[in-house]
Write a protein that binds this ligand. Structure first.
Ligand code: FES
Length: 174
């Protein structure tokens, strides 16, 4: 059985994506975007960057620069569910550090780094926990985004409820 870990896109899928965007304005960005979307672990493995570089005839350094410049792109496998904890000043003063500690402890993630834009994925690839500098919703701090849904005025109890819903297989409503 095919493992999801470090699985580049099958060659023919990547070829289709490349052909779809070839020659169009912004083809590198749109190709990388679609390649990441179609990857089961929502990331761009090194093999994909090499293939895109070779097949679009764009220097690898340029492909790599684009993939690392935009925070949208992931170079490591992402979890099935994503929890993003805001670590901006407003959220920090309302306890976002505690929320980050709670959610990572709940998921058994050991954090060595606690800076903005840190990203941690559980070993079973079920959850990725990330931080951002600000969601632009400071009036409702602290703010946490779970699977694309923004939750405001989050406290430990609210976060625990959200996480148990997700762990019980419920999806967040957008
Ligand atoms: S600091 Fe958290 S939303 Fe602005």
């Amino acid at each position: 059985m095919e493992t999801l870990i470090n699985t580049p896109l099958a060659g023919e899928i990547l070829d289709e994506i490349i052909e779809k965007h070839r020659g169009k304005p912004g083809m590198l960005l749109t190709t990388l975007e679609e390649a990441q979307e179609k990857n089961p672990l929502k990331y761009l493995p090194g093999e994909t960057l090499v293939e895109v570089s070779g097949k679009l005839n764009i220097p690898y350094t340029q492909v790599y620069s684009v993939a690392t410049f935009y925070s949208y792109f992931n170079l490591t496998p992402q979890g099935k569910h994503t929890v993003v904890v805001c670590r901006g000043t407003a959220c920090h003063t309302k306890g976002s550090k505690g929320l980050l500690d709670d959610v990572t402890a709940l998921l058994g993630i050991r954090r060595d780094v606690d800076g903005a834009d840190s990203s941690f994925t559980t070993s079973d690839n079920l959850f990725t926990v990330r931080t951002v500098a600000c969601f632009g919703q400071c009036a409702q701090s602290p703010v946490v985004e779970v699977d694309g849904v923004i939750h405001s005025n989050v406290n430990a109890q609210k976060l625990l409820k959200i996480m148990s819903r997700i762990k019980n297989g419920k999806t967040e409503k957008k």
